[in-house]
Ligand binder design. Sequence first.
Ligand code: NDP
Ligand code: OXD
Length: 312
Amino acid sequence: MAPLTLAFRSPGDHVEKWRAALASLLPDLNFLSWQEVTDPAAVDVALCWLPPEGWLSSLPNLKLVHSLGAGVDHVLLDKLYPAQVPLVRLVDPHMTRAMTEYVTFQVLRLHLTEPAYRRQQQAGQWKPHTQPRASERRVGILGLGELGAASAASLVDLGFDVAGWSRTPKTLDGVACFSGDDGFQAFLARTEILVCLLPLTPATEGILSAAAFAQMPRGAGLINVGRGRHLVEADLLAALDSGQVSEAVLDVFPKEPLAADHPFWQHERIVVTPHVAALTHPGTASLIVAENLRRLVQGEPWPDRVDLASGY
Ligand code: NDP
Ligand code: OXD
């Protein structure tokens, strides 16, 4: 087989890092930034984040689309996605580790009433709150895939009372597992700190809504690291006003960067982080991409191939 030609496209500025990382692993690879593509028919692989609509289908001999992230909603937004071309997502142990750290840190912050103590310090107020033990704190993770299962395991290790929710039934050590529509209500009813680690699909869009918040114990905390469109923003603001939700940590937003005049920036009960819970690092992610390119050449299946019908 002739050496592969890969076209890279991302609004980020990592193209030279990727070029160097893949060159060191695959010296024969013909790596092109999308602007360098002169012959679309020569492109075998697209490595991309948020490709504009129609770009992938303009590459007539594409054999693989590789996401630059764990999520693929940014690719499937393209209504012209060429459905015959396999789509593979990025599953990088270093990214899983980063997400686990982020989720664990934010759960501990909410568990230890850290946001309230921050506000109290600003007001010069000395007011201890009752502190439950970790074993008395019920954390719920929406999504028990690569990132959700690893985050759940870390919280179990710290002694939290952890539950998780997935589409299909699961068994995970120390985690109370719920699944499907039937398990959703019981999962929410026991969840004091809710972490969203779902993929964005038609089935999960808007899942963090007033209806969901109403089923959780009053004063629950929310951590959204899935996607911005999981959250109904007006419902969160109303739930914070009413006290149904006490604190929210948001890493993802429907429109990124978050607009300068968005009410979330100034809200005293919302922590905003700029989509950094688990960043893609070319140095480690290139090893995963190189392995998936080897599979393409050898005709081997990809463990992290996306099911286009379910959208994740
Ligand atoms: P996986 O595909 O490994 O896991 C997805 C999980 O969600 C699975 O457990 C799946 O259930 C569950 N799920 C999907 N649809 C439904 C549904 N309709 N009802 C109930 N459960 C459902 O994904 P990852 O863990 O790798 O990543 C999850 C998401 O995290 C990404 O799609 C992305 O949006 C986000 N992300 C955010 C980052 C950030 O920096 N903020 C970084 C990386 C990812 P089942 O197991 O039954 O299939
Ligand atoms: C991803 C992300 O999907 O960074 O990898 O959001």
